[in-house]
Design a protein around this ligand. Structure first.
Ligand SMILES: Cc1cc2nc3c(=O)[nH]c(=O)nc-3n(C[C@H](O)[C@H](O)[C@H](O)COP(=O)(O)OP(=O)(O)OC[C@H]3O[C@@H](n4cnc5c(N)ncnc54)[C@H](O)[C@@H]3O)c2cc1C
Length: 444
């Protein structure tokens, strides 16, 4: 296929327009010394549309919008969006820091329509090095044609992909076995079944279970909810716990040896994998109300790991292992929703450059403190990563609240000077040893 070539040399080309690259694009918009462009495969900005339930809320305060934590004066703030919609006073009386996810999506769409540096329906399909520049090949989703663009630097904002348990790999994306990321698209089909099983102990599984539970009287199906975690546990949300989502914690975590980081991360699941207190309360209230004068038509069970799925005439036979009892058991169901999370996958468009990128012993890219892939000398510019650095920078990597900070670090690096303050020393606690005791520090 012939590839048309644009001769402009961009200072930065972005791959993907999710919240993180959209925030970066918003903060770059007033920086007129840099020529930038962002490509997004989707037709328009749409944030996790398969799980955009009407009554779900962001799990971070609205100030975790695209820009505020780096520049509260930006025209692309959530408050300015509300102001432009004539909704500021309603929000004032709403008195709720946690905004509806549906409205966060609308806000991001509003910003995406205002920015001139975004190209939707454009999928980046390849990146190579040509004459000391990156050559980015992009496929137009409308015409199918390809074009190439030149850039000095790249930023990856490709997000994460649904995690399918191995047991379910033969049933990918069928309407009766769906990942929670597809829930809204398959919901009408699911609700025609007599028996639905939800798997997972995180926020997505809980939201799907609650949504199905609320509609249960109308449709009459039975619902199971199973997780391999040893309980339906809440996400950590205490104020001092939340300080782990700060530049200070990133700084501390990044400085630790790799083995320490790994064992710390393994213990921090409840900071980002659990269920919000409010969702647990809503589920419990609904179960309680439902149990007053109706027989229970639901089963909730923890410690149960999905081992095997077999298709049978009217659905599936699922085999689970109870992890404490060490016993297996079978569940018959007509449909399955997998709330089994997401994982970072090294972007396919970067595969030509893979030999020049440094990986750690677990095959994860090595990333500098300022969010660049570590590369060999043949790579001419910087390749930044957004939301692919949990292994090196800690649990805040996917958190919307720290996105503006990361964008500020990236912009400052691109410019070689501070355009946006990207401070540490922003929280009350010390993650390392406090200044007044550091002189006495010695190896244990
Ligand atoms: C349902 C849900 C709710 C969440 N709620 C919260 C919350 O309340 N608070 C919080 O802090 N975090 C939340 N998160 C976690 C996280 O912040 C989000 O997943 C967020 O969307 C991550 O943004 P992103 O920009 O990294 O990726 P994404 O939003 O996944 O966007 C990546 C984009 O890149 C595009 N793309 C990929 N490859 C290419 C390519 N080759 N060419 C062009 N485009 C490409 C994709 O089409 C996609 O649009 C939530 C996650 C989920 C799944």
């Amino acid at each position: 296929m012939s590839i048309s070539a644009e001769n402009t040399i961009y200072d930065l080309i972005g791959v993907g327009v999710g919240p993180f690259n959209l925030g970066l694009a918003s903060l770059l918009e007033p920086v007129d010394t840099l020529k930038v462009k962002f490509f997004e495969a989707k037709e328009r900005f749409n944030w996790h549309e398969g799980l955009l339930l009407e009554d779900c809320h962001l799990q971070v305060p609205f100030m975790a919008d695209l820009v505020t934590m780096a520049d509260p004066t930006s025209p692309y703030s959530y408050l300015n969006y509300l102001h432009a919609q004539g909704r500021l006073l309603q929000f004032y009386f709403y008195e709720n820091f946690q905004i509806p996810r549906v409205e966060y999506n609308r806000y991001c769409q509003w910003v995406s329509e205002k920015l001139s540096n975004l190209a939707f329906s454009h999928q980046v399909v390849g990146i190579e090095v040509v004459d000391s520049l990156f050559r980015i090949v992009v496929k137009n989703g409308h015409t199918g044609t390809q074009a190439s663009y030149l850039a000095r630097n790249i930023v990856l904002g490709v997000g994460t992909v649904p995690n399918w348990p191995r047991a379910a790999s033969d049933f990918k994306n069928s309407a009766d076995c769906a990942h929670s990321s597809q829930y809204m698209f398959v919901k009408p089909e699911l609700q025609r079944k007599k028996h639905i099983t939800v798997i997972g102990g995180g926020q997505s599984a809980a939201e799907v279970f609650l949504d199905l539970l609320r509609d249960q009287p109308q449709f009459g199906y039975e619902i199971n909810w199973l997780t391999r975690s040893n309980g339906f546990f809440p996400m950590e949300y205490s104020k001092l716990g939340l300080e782990h989502f700060s530049p200070d914690y990133v700084e501390h975590f990044y400085g630790l040896p790799d083995t320490q980081r790994k064992s710390i991360l393994a213990k921090q699941g409840n900071w980002y994998k659990g269920i919000s207190f409010s969702t647990i309360k809503e589920i419990y209230d609904c179960l309680y109300a439902r149990s007053i004068d109706q027989p229970n038509r639901f089963v909730l069970q923890a410690c149960s790991q999905l081992e095997k799925i077999v298709r049978v005439d009217d659905g599936f036979q699922l085999q689970f292992q109870h992890l404490e009892l060490q016993q297996t058991f079978d569940v018959k169901t007509e449909a399955l929703v997998l709330g089994t999370g997401y994982q970072y996958v090294f972007p396919a468009c970067l595969s030509d450059l893979r030999p020049s990128i440094e990986f750690d012993a677990e095959n994860r890219p090595c990333i500098t403190r300022d969010y660049m892939l570590k590369t060999s000398a043949d790579i001419p510019g910087m390749i930044f990563v957004q939301n692919g650095e949990m292994h090196s920078h800690g649990i805040a990597a996917p958190d919307l609240g720290l996105g503006a900070y990361r964008s500020a670090v990236i912009i400052n690096k691109l410019l070689g000077k501070e355009r946006y303050p990207a401070r540490t020393r922003t929280v009350f606690q010390n993650f390392g040893i406090a200044d007044q005791w550091r002189d006495s520090a010695r190896n244990a």
